[in-house]
Every structure is written in C-alpha cells, then in structure tokens.
Design a protein around this ligand. Structure first.
Ligand code: SF4
Ligand code: SF4
Length: 358
C-alpha cells in the first residue's frame, strides 16, 4: 500500500444543524472545499470517484464510502457548490472542472490506472472524449443514486448500465421542504409587514406545509407541470383562504388578504416545484433561475443521424436518465422512442462517441 503523498482533506461528520440548514436552503449553493478526500488505506489500484462540491452531496457520498469500508479516493470538483445534475446540465460540472479536480488533488501520483468513476448525472456536462484527450484519464459513469454504488461496484463496474431517475417519497419530502422557502420568504415577509407578525408566521407555516403536501401529491397530479398545475392550485387555495377568513367574520381586509396570499402561494408552489423534481427538472429550466440549464436550448429534443450512428451501440440508450431512447428493431440505430419523457438534459448528445445526436 502506498501512502498518499499529497495533502488530503479528511472527511468529517457534519452537524445536524448544517444538515437542517442545507435542507431548508437547498436552492442556495453550499460549497465545500474542492480537492482530495481519502477513505481507508487506498493503494495505486484503488478506485477514484469524482463528485461535485455541493456540501450535502459530498457528505452523502462520504457516508456511503465510509459505510462500505472501501479503500478509495474521492475527488471533489469545483462546481460552485451546486449539485451534480444542475451543475452538469448548467455547464458548471464539465471537462474543466474534472481537469481541475485531477490537478488540485495530485491524484496522478497516487494511482496508476487513470480511471475516474463519475456520478451518472454528470453525463450532460462531462464529455469523456475530451477528458481523455486533455488529461489522459478515462471516465466511467456509475449509478444515478449513490446508495446503488455498492451493487454497481459488485455487479457491473466499470460497465455503463441503464438507470433511470426516480422521485421517491423521502426525496419528495426533502424537496418540498426546500421549495417551501420561496413562498415562505416572498409572501411571509410582506404579509408580516402588511398584517402583522402572526400573519407572517402563519404564511410561513402554510408555505412549508402546502409545499410538502404538493411534493407528496406531485407524481399523481393529472395536469402538466407549470402553469396548468399552478393556476388551479392558486385558484383553489385563494378561494379557500378568502372563504375561511369570511366565515370567521374577520372582515373585508382579512378576506382579501388571505384570498390573495393563498392564491399567490398556490401559484408559486405550482410553478416552482417541478424544477425540484428530477423527473421534470430540465424541462423547467426557464423557471430554474438559480441553476439554469444552459447546455441544451429550451425544448431541445435529440435527433439521431443514422448515417453516423453505430448500429448496436447503446451508450445513449443507457445514459438517458428517463429511458426515452431505444434501439430500433430493424437496424439497431438509436431513436427517441418517448419524446414526452425527454428532459432535454443533453446527456445523450454529450456521451455519443461519434457525435451522431444533435
Ligand atoms: S433523450 Fe432527452 S432525457 Fe434522454 S439523455 Fe437525451 S436529452 Fe436527456
Ligand atoms: S450513442 Fe451515438 S452511436 Fe451510440 S447508439 Fe447512440 S446515437 Fe448511435
């Protein structure tokens, strides 16, 4: 075993307060120091993982690596404190950042295999061909969820396997809490100024409660994300708020105040929440102003050039986080089988080895 010869940053356990702050202020970048983390007692053949420098992600990845007892290295790339998918789709986790992580860490001197394992959701931003030509390192993509890493290492490493994003209840509750910050802040503060601190606090509580309830119901909502969901929700909540204040005989001011406040709350939640969903996030790029996805133009749908596509190669099919691409039965060329599912994430374009998708 060769001891690391470069300065390393040991992984520490974070406090509950930091975790809670990152849950509540999830839409705000939380950078952690880029560079090298060492797990166990790695040697020259140990795996090298790469992730973003969003503190929450680094802590999650570190916990899994520690739990696995794996001897390995983790390179934390300088992605501006933004999570893997938003950073890669938005142009903040690409070849430059991977190259910087390699150089910052001195990992060249620590291993002799020159193979990086990247999170699957970095595929929209990281072009493996360019990483190889600029650094000499080969990129392989692991699973979408870090919790699936042990099984992937056991069964598939270093192969790319098909994997799709999901939005389980635990994640929806987390995102609902994060998304609650916007209506709480945008409506709670003016509400407190106009109608007093009790009204502000009530708006704050309702914002988080309704945001989490909306997150729980989200996959079952019959209407399309965005305005089709936001307008009826705003109408229902506004009518409910006005009716409640009127029934409580709170007077005309309270009736108008609660009607308007809850209508705006419904519209805000309905408009904003889809950008928190991994099943719709890139489609909502125009609303996602903090992490705008800039690589793909709005509404982008991939088109496969069959003169260039390699028959039977299924890299784009496997890398698509929505399973929207497939190989045609007749000629084994890739095609967009489910355009409605496409997120315009750009991963298939970036990962095609012969640039056959535009
Ligand atoms: S088909 Fe759409 S969702 Fe799938 S990888 Fe390509 S751009 Fe992304
Ligand atoms: S990745 Fe490129 S070459 Fe491979 S199947 Fe898709 S379009 Fe064809």
């Amino acid at each position: 075993m060769a001891a690391p010869t470069t300065a390393v940053t040991k992984t520490g356990t974070s406090g509950a307060l930091r975790g809670a702050a990152q849950l509540i202020f999830r839409s705000v970048p939380f950078p952690t120091e880029p560079g090298l983390r060492v797990f166990g007692t790695p040697d020259h053949s140990s795996p090298v993982f790469v992730t973003c420098n969003f503190d929450h992600t680094v802590r999650q990845v570190s916990q899994v690596l520690e739990r696995m007892g794996l001897d390995c290295y983790l390179l934390v790339a300088p992605t501006g404190g933004v999570n893997v998918w938003c950073a890669s789709a938005g142009g903040h986790f690409g070849v430059d950042e991977v190259e910087a992580a390699i150089k910052l860490s001195g990992i060249d001197k620590l291993v002799d295999h020159h193979r990086l394992v990247l999170p699957r959701l970095a595929a929209p931003g990281v072009d493996p061909k360019e990483v190889r030509s600029r650094t000499g390192w080969r990129v392989v993509f692991g699973p979408i969820e870090i919790d699936d890493l042990p099984a992937w290492l056991d069964e598939s490493f270093p192969r790319l396997v098909a994997d799709v994003v999901e939005f389980p209840v635990r994640r929806r509750v987390e995102m609902g809490v994060g998304a609650g910050l916007w209506p709480a802040g945008l409506l709670g503060i003016p509400g407190a100024l106009v109608a007093g601190w009790k009204a502000g606090l009530l708006i704050l509580g309702l914002s988080y409660l309704l945001s989490v309830l909306f997150a729980l119901a989200y996959p079952r909502l019959p209407l399309a994300p965005g305005l089709p969901q936001a307008l009826p929700l705003g109408g229902l909540l506004g009518a409910g708020g006005a009716a409640g204040a009127w029934a409580a005989a709170d007077g005309l001011f309270a009736t108008v105040f609660w009607g308007v406040s809850l209508a705006l709350m419904g519209v805000l939640i309905g408009l904003d929440f889809p950008s928190w969903s991994p099943t719709d996030v890139c489609k909502q790029q125009l609303l996602c102003f903090l992490y705008p996805a800039t690589l793909a133009p709005p509404g982008f749908l991939p088109v496969v050039d069959e003169d260039t596509c390699i028959a039977g190669c299924d890299i784009c099919v496997k890398v698509c986080p929505k399973g929207a691409l497939s190989l045609k039965d007749d000629n084994q060329m890739a095609t967009l089988l489910a355009p409605d599912d496409c997120l315009s994430c750009f991963a298939c374009v970036q990962q095609c080895p012969v640039d056959a998708i535009g």
